[in-house]
Design a protein around this ligand. Structure first.
Ligand code: PLP
Length: 430
């Protein structure tokens, strides 16, 4: 099946008991055992099935299968949010210590997770000088547990050369984890280019309506955990917390997803609610159509902004002079996502005046909604960072991040046009 069809049909035909064709919300915490032996087989992971919703839930399982198939992976684990998914993915590779080498342009909270939270837990984050494969490879050593990047960075809009980065990491026996939230598998399937683990915030374009939080980790099944025994003892030595299970032996290619579920989801429980899984499944049914409109509208808006003298610069990989134009061609078929940034002439204060004047476009910190959304990163998402960290993440004071929605492009442009008028007369903002 093609992606448009997978998004609608994968993982579910109809409910076997009632023939309902909408995915049921299995609002159940626990599942009955036929017998003590049946329960034991489920606990020993010898038999597939459900026992307790902190470990797996039938509604979530459909979402897991659907997103995994969209990404071309072999297994998915649904989690409470994108951040929970990232946290578990990092812990799963690095809970025995070591370092994670990351591209510098990351979503602000992910940067904080790596640079502060995980560092305090004994995992070192190494940020490369740029997102180039060469700069990333320069930081890899024997203690590196993963290379991490966002396929399309938020908010920088940089496009990572996944194939080159994966080749570099694999030369050293290191897996590649990517965050594919901004691109979605409709525009880009990183596993086809060498990525090993794909993480999503489903809260964004995948769900698409800003109604449910959710994250997903997709295991490509391609990384040879058994072949990297020194680097990854957690997959190759008996897990004393789980009957001495050796994940790489028992689960082979799916060891990553299996261990993440058995160790982290089971013991720390950042589970997705089945109602959220249902809402996200509803959103995913239309993701291909929505992304198409997002992409078309973004081009119209980018062209408008670029032609406007009240706008200093526009960062959009669809422009031929963008440093990412070629990579947009290679990875996104020349269709950059609808996340773009621009600078308002006049700096921090002018950007704030513009921001305050927006009427149709919502002022908030979210992306990937059907509605157009704007954020002033310097005063919100990136305000905890030092000036140097913000600059390395590509955030400047006059910068506005715009996530172009699927309204009529003329209405979005009209709102931006009237708000830009406020830039010169900040008093109107009140
Ligand atoms: C690229 C990216 N990854 C991860 C996240 C975190 O997702 P969540 O808000 O679902 O935790 C975000 C949130 O904006 C994001 O933009």
């Amino acid at each position: 099946m093609r992606r448009e069809t997978i998004a609608i049909h994968s993982g579910f035909d109809c409910d076997p008991a009632t023939k309902a064709v909408a995915v049921p919300i299995y609002q159940s915490v626990a599942y009955a055992f036929d017998s003590a032996d049946h329960g034991a087989a489920l606990f020993n992971l010898e038999e597939d099935g459900f026992r307790y919703s902190r470990i797996s839930n039938p509604t979530n399982a459909i979402l897991e299968e659907r997103v995994a198939e969209l990404e071309g992976g072999i297994a998915g684990v649904a989690l409470a949010s994108g951040q929970a998914a990232l946290h578990y993915a990092f812990l799963n590779v690095a809970d025995h210590g070591g370092n994670i080498v990351a591209a510098p342009q990351l979503y602000g909270t992910t940067h904080t997770l790596l640079n502060h939270v995980l560092r305090r837990q004994g995992i070192e984050a190494r940020f490369a000088a740029s997102d180039s494969a060469a700069d990333i490879e320069a930081l890899i050593d024997d203690e590196t547990r993963a290379v991490f990047c966002e396929t399309v960075g938020n908010p920088a809009g940089n496009i990572c050369d996944i194939a080159a980065i994966s080749e570099a990491a694999h030369r050293h026996g290191v897996p590649v984890i990517v965050d594919n939230t901004v691109a979605t598998p409709i525009l880009l399937r990183p596993i086809e280019h060498g990525a090993d683990i794909v993480v999503h915030s489903l809260t964004k374009f995948m769900g698409g309506h800003g109604t449910a939080m959710g994250g997903m980790v997709v295991d490509s099944g391609r990384f040879d955990w058994a072949g990297e025994k020194r680097r990854f003892p957690q997959f190759n030595e008996p897990d004393r917390s789980y009957h001495g299970l050796v994940y790489a032996e028992r689960f082979g290619k799916a060891a990553f997803a299996a261990r993440m579920r058995s160790v982290y989801q089971r013991t720390t429980g950042a589970v997705m609610a089945p109602m959220s899984a249902f809402l996200l499944l509803q959103g995913i049914e239309t993701v291909a159509l929505r992304v198409e409109r997002h992409v078309d509208n973004a081009r119209r808006v980018a062209d408008f902004l670029r032609a406007d003298p009240r706008v200093e610069w526009v960062n959009y990989a669809g422009f031929e002079d963008s440093p990412y134009f070629e990579l947009a061609g290679k990875y996104l078929c020349g269709r950059p996502p609808s996340l773009l940034t621009f600078g308002v002439v006049g700096g921090y204060e002018a950007a704030k005046a513009f921001y305050d004047r927006l009427a149709l476009v919502k002022r908030l910190v979210n992306i990937g909604d059907v509605k157009s959304l704007a954020c002033h990163p310097a005063s919100t998402t990136h305000r905890q960072m030092t000036a140097e960290e913000a600059a390395a993440a590509g955030v400047t004071p006059e910068m506005i991040r715009l996530c172009v929605g699927i309204e009529h492009a003329d209405d979005i442009i009209a709102d931006l046009d009237q708000a830009l008028a406020a830039r010169a007369t900040p008093m109107l903002a009140a």
